[in-house]
Unconditional design. Structure first.
Length: 392
């Protein structure tokens, strides 16, 4: 009789991490820190026990899950727990889908990376239309910025209203810096790329991503959900934003409430009605593993354009204290292409009021890690633990 998966994990721990995963011909070295009961697993349990983590974590080697954990509640009011297949709002962790859509259209000869914005979209000031390129938008080097602060968040009631607002708002941007001279993270630039995808492809952005990324990648639970779907679908986790008094509030049911943490106090992504090129697609941990597999197997891009998509283009100065284990970080055409212990790591994170997300593809080790949380928290500490468990 074949030993159970639990028995295999036990034997792996006993012999220093050699594990015969299903579908592999030989023993696969699995770091002991990543095994069930290992350091990473214990770390997550401590966070969950202290109510400092609610969500799903999954780590896989060559598409085979090694560690999967879910903690907390997807919907406290309905008593629905987080599960392996719970759907989470990704926030900016869905920006790489926008970038991938653009790269696909370039592969189809429908646009080029040196095309200026004005070649595809109208209504911009002459200097913006003639100087900002697709490459600039993808790499956060457009130099675009809004001339003043945004007003109070509006509560949108339809896809059409949200789409029209984003088109109008992005056309108010001006050149703060010469395109290509500085790198500044820019979500409105990715909103513009979402509009570019829709215009060039002839399909609404959300439909294009569903048809050309989610479906061919086998991401059956991924979509750009509307607020009514977020509210009514029991599969989708509700975001619980920390308030000043220490309580947490359901941001989908309470649109008047928002974040008290992070760079946009008071913000609540559920007010937007639906996500955009700038973020807030929805996915699950297994679907993000499927995305990694589809990329690797060439289901989404041919070899040449795959390399264009994943390879770093623009270097960025580190934010915060310098981690001696973290190498230089680059922006690719959507994902972040960073280095950790001199190993390549592709991925992206995101944060909203009541949500913190990250996915990482360890290109040189064939590992994929996913962290999906419906609390707002500093996910960097969890990512650091994951990195060390995989690469330490």
């Amino acid at each position: 009789m074949n030993p159970s998966r639990r028995a295999l994990f036990g034997m792996a721990a006993a012999v220093g991490g050699a594990l015969a995963l299903p579908g592999t011909a030989a023993a696969t070295p699995v770091p002991g820190a990543m095994l069930p009961g290992g350091r990473y697993d214990r770390y997550l349990r401590r966070l969950a026990d202290a109510d400092q983590f609610s969500g799903t974590v999954q780590v896989a080697y060559r598409d085979h899950p090694v560690l999967t954990r879910s903690y907390g509640m997807a919907d406290k009011e309905q008593g629905i727990p987080n599960r392996t297949d719970t759907v989470y709002a990704l926030a900016s962790a869905s920006k790489p889908f926008t970038g991938l859509a653009v790269v696909q259209l370039a592969e189809q000869d429908k646009l080029r990376f040196h095309d200026t914005l004005g070649m595809h979209l109208g209504g911009f000031a002459a200097d913006v239309a003639g100087k900002v390129t697709v490459h600039h938008l993808l790499t956060h080097t457009s130099g675009l910025a809004h001339p003043g602060p945004a007003g109070p968040e509006h509560i949108f009631t339809s896809v059409e209203e949200r789409t029209a607002y984003l088109a109008r708002r992005t056309r108010e941007m001006v050149l703060k810096d010469a395109p290509g001279t500085t790198k500044a993270y820019n979500s409105p630039a990715y909103d513009l790329l979402g509009e570019l995808v829709a215009t060039v492809s002839g399909k609404p952005f959300h439909t294009y991503v569903l048809d050309h990324i989610f479906t061919p990648a086998g991401m059956g639970r991924s979509a750009y959900h509307t607020r009514p779907e977020w509210l009514s679908d029991p599969r989708i986790a509700h975001p619980y934003a920390l308030q000043a008094d220490g309580s947490r509030v359901d941001c989908v049911r309470h649109l008047d409430k928002g974040a008290v943490l992070g760079g946009a106090p008071g913000s609540n992504s559920a007010r937007g009605f639906i996500g955009s090129g700038g973020g807030n697609g929805f996915s699950t941990a297994p679907d993000l593993l499927s995305f990694a597999r589809a990329l690797r197997e060439g289901k989404l891009l041919g070899r040449a354009y795959h390399e264009l998509y994943v390879n770093g283009k623009i270097s960025a100065a580190p934010m915060g204290p310098v981690d001696p284990l973290r190498g230089e970080s680059f922006h690719a055409y959507g994902p972040v292409a960073g280095l950790y212990r001199k190993q390549r790591v592709l991925g992206h994170g995101g944060g909203i009021a009541g949500g913190s997300t990250n996915w990482s593809i360890y290109l040189d080790r064939d590992w994929t890690g996913v962290v999906l949380c419906n609390y707002d928290l500093d996910v960097e500490a969890i990512i650091a633990e994951e990195r060390e468990a995989v690469l330490g």
